[in-house]
Design a binder for this molecule. Structure first.
Ligand code: HEM
Length: 576
C-alpha cells in the first residue's frame, strides 16, 4: 500500500475520532431535551423557556438514539467533505492573501503528491519538480499545500539567497533531516543550533587548505590501485591494437571515493582492488546507503524498518561500522600526539584539545560517519556524471587530454604519474568540466529549510513554518540566467567567460552556500581533479555500448546520479 494512502487513512481516522469525540460530547452535554410527549427538542437556553443557566442544566436530558445517529451522520458527512476539500485544495496564499504560483488541486495533474508518487516509482524527483516549476509554477517559484502544510520550491537566485544566507537559527534544516539521525547521529548534517555552530567552527579547521594538502597523496595512492586493477583486466583489441576494458563506473567510483574518505578522515586503509575480504565493509556501507535512500523517498520511514530482516541487516551493518570507528577513535584519543597530524580525525582531536572544546568519543564518531557518508556518494555520483558527459562529448574529452598532456610535468615518482597539490591548479579545463557537470547534474538536487518566522520571498510574505526547498537543478538550468541551459558547455566556466556567466552569486550552488554550505567543497574539488587527471592520463573513453546505454538508470535518492553506468575505456598508447 502506498504511504500516501496510509497517510490519508491516518488523517481520516484522526478526523473521524474527532467526530466521535464531538458526538460523544454532544450526547453527554445533552444539547437536546425531551418534551412531555417524549419528542426530542433542541435545548437552546436562549429560546427555550429555561429562565437561567441553572434551569437549563437541571432540565436537560440525553437525546434519543435516533437523534444521535442523525447528528453523527451529518457531522461525518461534513467532516468528510471538509477533509476531501483540504486534500484536494493545493493552493497556497501568502500572509497578504496573494495566491502564490503553483498547483490548484492535489487530485489531478501536476502537484506535489504526484511528484512524491513519481519519486517512489522512478526515483526521479528533480526532473518532475523542474517540469512543475515551469508549467504550474511561474518558472521561479512553485508553491502549494499538502495536507495543509505549506511548501515552497524556489528556483530563482534571489529567493535562494534569502533561504541560504539567512541565519541558521531562523532558517533551520527541514525536520525531515532527522530521518538520517540513525546514521549521522549529531554530526554536522543533522545537528542544529549552538551544537552545530560550535562543531562547525571546530571542523572548519580540519578543512583548511594547509591541512588538505596532505590528503593529495591519499587521492593518488588509491588512484594508483584502481589503475593497477584496470591494467590487470585489460584485453587487446586485434583490430585497433589498443588494449581496452569495460568499467562499472558507478561501483568503481563509489568504492574509490569510499576508500579515499576512509583514509583521509580517520586513517583506515580500505582497498577494494587488492583485498576481497574487505568487500563486507563495502557491503555494510551499501546496506546503510540503501536504508538512507529508502528513508528519503518514503515519508513513512519506519514502514520498511518494521520488517525484521531489514532491521537486523541495518543494525548489523551499523554496528560493524560503529565498532570499527570506535576502535580507531579510542586508540587515537589515548595515543600521544607528538607526530604531525595524519588525517581529519587527528586534526579534530588536536584542535579540540587546544581550544578546550571537549568532544566525546560518540560525538567524534558521529562526525566521522557523517564525513564518510556525505563525502563519498556525492563525489562518486559527480564523477559518474563527468564520465557520462565525456562519453557523449568527444570534443570535450579531447580538450581534457590536451590539458593533461600539456601538464605532463605532473611529478613522476616511482615511475608513475602522480598529481601534486600544485598540479591541481594547472588543471583549469578539468575544473571547468567538473563545474559544468555539477551545473547540469547537481548530485544534491534539492536543499530544504524551514522558516521559523514569517519572511519575505520576492513579492510574497510567507507564513512561518513553511517548508522552503531549493530546486538546485531548476536553478542551475534557469533560462534567464543560463544561455542554452540544457547544453553541456564547459567553456561557460572558462576564466575569461566566468564574469559573463555568473550574473548572480546564487545562481550556481552545487555545494550550497551561506553558513551551512558544504564543508568538504575544496576537498571534493581537489579529489575529483586528481581522479580525473590520473584516469585520463592513462586511459581514454571509447564510449558506452548501446545495450549498456539502455540499462543506465538515472536515480535520485540521497543523491542524483547515473546508476549501472558501464563505460568502455582503452589505453592511450597502442601496443603493436
Ligand atoms: C561533489 C561532492 C559534494 C557535493 C556535491 C556536496 C554537496 C553538499 C551540499 C549541497 C550540502 C548542503 C546540504 C544541505 O544543506 O542540505 C553539503 C553539506 C555537507 N557536506 Fe558536502 N558535498 C560534496 C562533498 C563532500 C565531502 C567530500 C565532504 C566531507 C569530506 C562533505 C561533507 C559535508 C558536510 C559535513 C555537510 C554538512 C555541513 C553543515 O551543515 O554544516 N561533502 N554538501
Amino acid at each position: 500500500m502506498h504511504s500516501e494512502t496510509l497517510f490519508s487513512i491516518y488523517m481520516y481516522l484522526k478526523q473521524s475520532s474527532f467526530i466521535v469525540l464531538l458526538c460523544y460530547s454532544a450526547r453527554t452535554l445533552g444539547h437536546f431535551s425531551v418534551d412531555a410527549q417524549g419528542v426530542s427538542q433542541p435545548a437552546n437556553p436562549l429560546t427555550s423557556n429555561f429562565g437561567c443557566w441553572s434551569d437549563f442544566v437541571a432540565n436537560y436530558t440525553l437525546c434519543t438514539k435516533g437523534d444521535f445517529l442523525k447528528i453523527s451522520i451529518c457531522l461525518a458527512v461534513l467532516f468528510t467533505f471538509n477533509f476531501l476539500w483540504r486534500m484536494m485544495d493545493a493552493r497556497m496564499f501568502d500572509l497578504d492573501g496573494k495566491l502564490m504560483p503553483g498547483p490548484r488541486s492535489n487530485l489531478s495533474g501536476k502537484n506535489f503528491l504526484s511528484v512524491i508518487k513519481k519519486a517512489r516509482k522512478s526515483k526521479q524527483v528533480s526532473l518532475a519538480v523542474l517540469d512543475m516549476i515551469n508549467t504550474v509554477g511561474d518558472g521561479n517559484l512553485c508553491c502549494g499545500k499538502v495536507y495543509g502544510k505549506n511548501i515552497v520550491i524556489a528556483a530563482h537566485p534571489e529567493s535562494v539567497k534569502v533561504i541560504l544566507q539567512g541565519n541558521h537559527n531562523k532558517f533551520p534544516k527541514d525536520p525531515k533531516y532527522a530521518r538520517f539521525q540513525f546514521l549521522f547521529g549529531q554530526g554536522l548534517v543533522t545537528s542544529s543550533g549552538d551544537k552545530w555552530k560550535q562543531d562547525r567552527h571546530l571542523m572548519n579547521l580540519g578543512f583548511y587548505s594547509e591541512n588538505l594538502k596532505g590528503m593529495v597523496s591519499v587521492f593518488n595512492l588509491h588512484c594508483t590501485q584502481l589503475l593497477q586493477s584496470w591494467v590487470s583486466r585489460l584485453s587487446q583489441n586485434p583490430i585497433t591494437g589498443f588494449q581496452s576494458l569495460k568499467s562499472d563506473l558507478t561501483r568503481e567510483m563509489s568504492n574509490l571515493t569510499l576508500a579515499i574518505i576512509c583514509q583521509s578522515a580517520f586513517g583506515y586503509k580500505l582497498s577494494s582492488y587488492v583485498d576481497v575480504k574487505e568487500s563486507s565493509t563495502f557491503d555494510d556501507m551499501n546496506v546503510l546507503m540503501d536504508e538512507l535512500n529508502q528513508r528519503i523517498v518514503d515519508p513513512f520511514d519506519w514502514w520498511p524498518y518494521i520488517f525484521p530482516k531489514r532491521r537486523s541487516q541495518v543494525r548489523k551493518a551499523l554496528e560493524n561500522w560503529m565498532s570499527l570507528l570506535e576502535d580507531i577513535i579510542s586508540q587515537r584519543m589515548e595515543a600521544p600526539n607528538d607526530e604531525p597530524a595524519k588525517d581529519l580525525l587527528d586534526i579534530i582531536l588536536r584542535v579540540g584539545k587546544d581550544q578546550k572544546t571537549h568532544l566525546s568519543q560518540r560525538e567524534v564518531r558521529d562526525h566521522c560517519l557523517t564525513f564518510l557518508v556525505a563525502g563519498h556518494e556525492t563525489t562518486s555520483g559527480t564523477l559518474s556524471w563527468v564520465f557520462y558527459e565525456l562519453s557523449r562529448n568527444p570534443a570535450v574529452l579531447e580538450l581534457c587530454h590536451k590539458e593533461i598532456d600539456a601538464n605532463w610535468c605532473f611529478c613522476k615518482s616511482n615511475n608513475e604519474l602522480t598529481v601534486s597539490h600544485e598540479d591541481i591548479a594547472k588543471c583549469i579545463y578539468l575544473g571547468q568540466v567538473i563545474k559544468e557537470t555539477m551545473r547540469l547534474h547537481p548530485t544534491v538536487p534539492v536543499i530544504s529549510r524551514r522558516n521559523k518566522e514569517e519572511c519575505q520571498l520576492g513579492q510574497y510574505r510567507l507564513p512561518g513554518n513553511t517548508v522552503l526547498s531549493i530546486s538546485v537543478l531548476a536553478l542551475q538550468r534557469h533560462p534567464s540566467f543560463w544561455e542554452e541551459p540544457e547544453l553541456f558547455k564547459p567553456e561557460r566556466f572558462a576564466p575569461e567567460a566566468i564574469k559573463n556567466t555568473l550574473k548572480h552569486p546564487f545562481q550556481f550552488v552545487p555545494f550550497s552556500s551561506g553558513p551551512r554550505n558544504c564543508i568538504g567543497q575544496r576537498f571534493a574539488q581537489m579529489e575529483m581533479i586528481v581522479i580525473l587527471a590520473r584516469i585520463l592520463s592513462e586511459f581514454t573513453i571509447v564510449g558506452i555500448d548501446p545495450e549498456d546505454e539502455r540499462n543506465i538508470r538515472f536515480e535520485e535518492t540521497i543523491t542524483y546520479h547515473p546508476n549501472n553506468l558501464k563505460v568502455n575505456f582503452r589505453t592511450r598508447t597502442r601496443v603493436d
